[in-house]
Every structure is written in C-alpha cells, then in structure tokens.
Design a protein around this ligand. Sequence first.
Ligand code: C2O
Ligand code: CU
Length: 698
Amino acid sequence: MFSLWSNIEIGVLFLIALFAWRAGASAAKLRYGGSAERLRRKTRKTISWMAALIAAIGMEIWAVVEVWAHSEWILSQDRVAVHLPIVVIPALFVVGCAVPRLFWIWRESGRRTGAPLDPELFRQASHPLLVVPLRGAALCALTAIYFYLVPPVPFIPADLILPLLLLGLLIVGLSHLQWYRWRRLLNDRDAASATLPPLWKRSMRTLAVLAVAGALATGGIALNAQASRLPEHLRMDEGAMDYGGGIAFPHGAGHGEAAAATAAAGNAASLPVTRLTGDVSGTPDRRFTLTAQEAKVTLSSGKTIDAWTYNGQMPGPELRMRQGELVEVTLINRDIAEGVTIHWHGLDVPNAQDGVAGATQNAVRPGETFVYRFRAEQTGTFWYHSHQDSQEAVQRGLFGPLVVEPAGGQDAGIKDIVAITHQGAVGNDDTVRRERAAPGTQVRLRLINTDDWTIQRYTLAGAPFRVAALDGTDLNGPGELTDTHVELSTGGRADLVFLMPDHPVFLSVGGSKERGILLSADGGGEIPALPKTRAFDPLHYGQPAEVPFDEHTPFDRNFTMVLDNKFGFYDGSFTNLYTINGQVFPKTPMFMVREGERIRVKIVNRGQVDHPMHLHGHHMLVLSRNGERADGSPWWSDTLDVRQGDVYEVAFTADNPGLWMDHCHNLTHAAVGMSMHLMYEGVTTPFEMGSATFNRPE
Ligand code: C2O
Ligand code: CU
C-alpha cells in the first residue's frame, strides 16, 4: 500500500506542476484577448487547466492521507508536514483569488462584445492575482517534487529551510514583477489593443531565465560533488556516534585527542580488532586453501565466462565442516589485481576473522596470503565471498557455499543438495540439473541467493515441503507447505526439506522450467507442472520456542535505522543514493554498544526498493513487522529483506565485540554508501580505507 500511494503521489505532483504551469501561461495571455469574444474563449481554456489543477491537488491530498492513515509517522511525516502544505497553500490562493476573477471575466466577457476591451474587463484580465497564484502553485509543486527526490528525513533544518527560502524569494520576485508590469499597463492607453509578443521574444525571455537557473544549479552541483568526495584516509572506528538512547561513553580511535579523552575517562583500554581472534590454538580439524585467480568457467550449457574465482571455480568450492571444528582457511591471491578477502557470510566468527577490507584486515594483494582460523559454532547454510570491492567481486564470481553440519555429522540417509544461485545459473548449471533420489529419501535443499539486487523465487513442484531453516538457523516446528514459493533477497538462505515421492520433483528457480533442479529415482522424467503459489512468510510460521527477548524486555539501547533513497552525489558523481538515516557512508552513524547489552533496532524502509540488511557477527531476532508480532518459530536473521514501507523491530545481544559492518546486501547499494557499522566500546582498528588506500570494502 505504501509503495502504491507513494508512487501515485509523485505522479500527481508532476501533474500539479504541469497543470499549474499551463494554467498560468494561459492566464498570462488573457490580456492579449483583444476582443470580448476572444477573451471569453481564452478564459474558458484557462478555467479548464485550472479545473485540472484543482482536481490534481485533491488527488494529492487523498494520496497523502492514505499514506498517513496506513503507515507509521516516520513514513508519512514529510508528505504530511512538507508536501501537503506546499501544495495546499497555493491552492487556497488559486481558489480565493484566481477562480472568482476568472469566472467574473468569463461572465462579463459574455455580456459585452467587440473590441477594444472594456477598461474594467482589461483591468481584470491582466490582474496579477490571476497569474501569481498559478505560477506560484507551479513553483511550489516543483519544490514538493524536489523534497520527494531529496527527502528531508530525518529532519535536518538546513535541508528543509534553504529550498523553502529559495521558493519564497522566487514567489516574492514573481509578484513584484507582475505588479510592476500591471501598474505600467494601466497607465498605457494602447495596452488593451496590444498583441502577444512574437514567439522569438518570448523564447528569449524563457532562455534567459533558464540560463540563470542553470548557472546557479551548476555552481551548486560543483560544490556538492566536491563535498561528497571520499576522504583519502578513513578509519572505521571514527565517525558520528549514535548511542541509541543508552549510556554514552567516550570512544576514541586509539590515537589523537579522542583517545586521550578515552584514557582520561578511565575507559577500557583500546582493543584493536586484530586481538579479537577468539581461541584458535591447537591443530585445525579442517584445512582449506582458496586461491583467488582469474579463470574461464564453463557452464552446463557450454557457455564460458571470464570470472574471478576461488580455485578456478565459480561458485567457489563448497566448504563443508562440522560444528565445533577448528577450521583453517588459507587465502592466496594469485592474480586478482583489485585485491581480495573472505567474509563468512552469516557465520558469527570473532571479529578479526570477519574478512572486511579496511575494517578487520587489509585486502590481500596479488602474491599475498592470509590465513583465517575460526571455530564453527553454528550449524546451517552459509556462504563466503570477498569483501574487498564486494559489489564487483561477488558479481564476477568470488563467492561459494559453506555448510556446517551438526557435530556428529549429518544423517547418512539425507540427500543434501546445495542450490547456490547466481546470474542465471544454479551453481554451475544454467540448464536444468538432474539428480537421483530414491522414493522415501529425505532431501534437504540448501538455497542460497547471491544475485545482486534480485529477489529470487524458488518454487518446489511435486512434493509438500517444510522450511527447516532460514539464514543458517533452524526453525522450530516448521509446518508442511504446498503451493508456496520461497523468496530470498541477496545474501539470504533457506533450507527446504521434503520426503522424496515416487515421481519427479522440481525446484524451479525464478519461476521457470528452464532453470532449476529435477529430482527423480533415475534422474530422468518430466518436469512437473508448476503450481500457482503464494510467497512464504516466516512471520507466523512454525512453533514458538524460548527466545532471549520479548516485548517486555528492557533494552539497553533502541536504535532506529531509516532506509531511503535520494538523488545526490557519492564520491563526486551524481547518482541515486541509498541512505541510512538520511546519510551515506562515511557520514552514516556508528551504532555504539557495550558488550553484554540487549539491543533493539527499528528498521524502516521509506524508499522505493527493497533493502536486505545484513549485520555481520550477529543474528537478529525478528520481533515484529509493521506492528504485527512475530509469533511463530523464533526467526533469527542475518540478512533481513526490508521491503518498501515495511517497519521491522529486531533484537540482538551484543555478545561479539568488534567493529561490524551493517549494510544493505544489494551490493550496488552498499557501494554507493548504504553501509554503516556496529561499534563496540573501546574497539579500534589499525586498518584504513579511503581513496589513498587499497582497501575498498564495498
Ligand atoms: Cu555478505 Cu558485508 O556481506
Ligand atoms: Cu539496499
């Protein structure tokens, strides 16, 4: 509903600007009527444009009221408090000043005939109060459109006041000009028989106005572009701090004044991320080597791709391990000039192992090696990918699946299939993959979506199934589902389990029969018909179980994360920015926490597209969505797809000290600043990013 009405609203604002502009232009020509008959015709035209304008304003009011009535204040506040007055106030002037005059002219011009115009009729037809409200309404509508494209939320006075001031000046200037002309006109005896100036003269005037506006805009653009440049050196332990309404504490970056303040306050000594390794002594239970290298990869259709790979494969090799094992992964960068790391997406490893370039390590350059060591504490379906230039790296192929089996190993009878989807392929297959599964076999499909900015749709045809796990966390008492498809945003995972029937079962990826996995006793058989399905929704799915929080939990901190988009500059170029609390990285705040605290975050999506928010190092328990309590199985997420107009409340315990990225996993969004981090008290980093460094996490 929110997205529908917000789309209607922007459409209507454009119509208002158009109609007001047309009505104003038409009103400005009335004085060139010449004869009463022609004036009457022109007046009728003006009245029709004005009627259209008033209808559009009515529609705008309706749209704003719909958004207001059906969504949270944070979603509607700018519409109600900014757009509405900007549109309604000029409408009052139109109705109060222009409408009665126009009708008077229309009536009187019908009573009189011939040329020249009667002086009173001419006086009214050239009255500034016809033109100014209509032109003013057009300027106001343009301002409202501006505020739609660059929402002043969260409220920053300058962002709101400067454009309004400019609008006010323009309207005052316009009125002055109109009254000045009118006074001159009334003193001019021949004015009533004047004809419309030639087109070239009018065009010149318009061009002059546009040139001045253009020059002003260019100046503004250059300044903004410059101001948006990323600094040469940037440390992720510095920046704006948000304490979520909890106890503030000094936080210094371990150097300079801030550090002195921290030390003076007797705070915990600075804790560099490199020390947050966890206990990784002993002999590893499992060792892997991943070599980042460029390679040609051949898909099942025979198509070849120039990819960036781990071990020459895309996706990279499946890393399988057991819970509790100590794992060592050696990363070698053979020839990826842009650098590489490995981030264990969804595994809540100690911070030093998190693999974020510029935050927890330096990007590994060609010829260099980096060793990760961690204990696999969780079981479930995960994936790994490079977190250096992640947008490009993942898209090109630097990713792979990671599965943690229970400590005792997985039940031997289970048929375990990883379906990691990426750019039109499931794993390496861009044609239907065929698998054997004897009737009666338990099948576990591990779905992983790595496609950037794609909500992938998975449909299981031929057998009822259960969603056994989401984002690497088992669901409690999941019920049986039919005619349901599962949607995963970028980075999300779901495990589907089912009992193999005596006929083929098909996992369709993307809703087609061309892509997916066919299971049957002998690997042959026909693809079953795809049912009509509805989307799986975890909010009320499965059985409740014990969780560390509920609606009565006293939280130590309550953060708000407002997701939105606006037009602006990122690192010097103009783009559609994806913002968190009105800002893009590095101006987004850090959420400051202390170890052991209970944290609640309210995530609101005011924007036009979905944002899968990924918090590193922690799993978030979904408490509610749009005020509706999550009352099924506990729903722990690490990549929560927040759709347009959605408001989620999530909670987690700050139990993994470090500096943790919290970003949109539509990596295209993260790359233009939709990124921030969770910062533990006292934690510092010796690593840097910025344009003069090699590290580019996103
Ligand atoms: Cu899967 Cu910060 O990433
Ligand atoms: Cu996003």
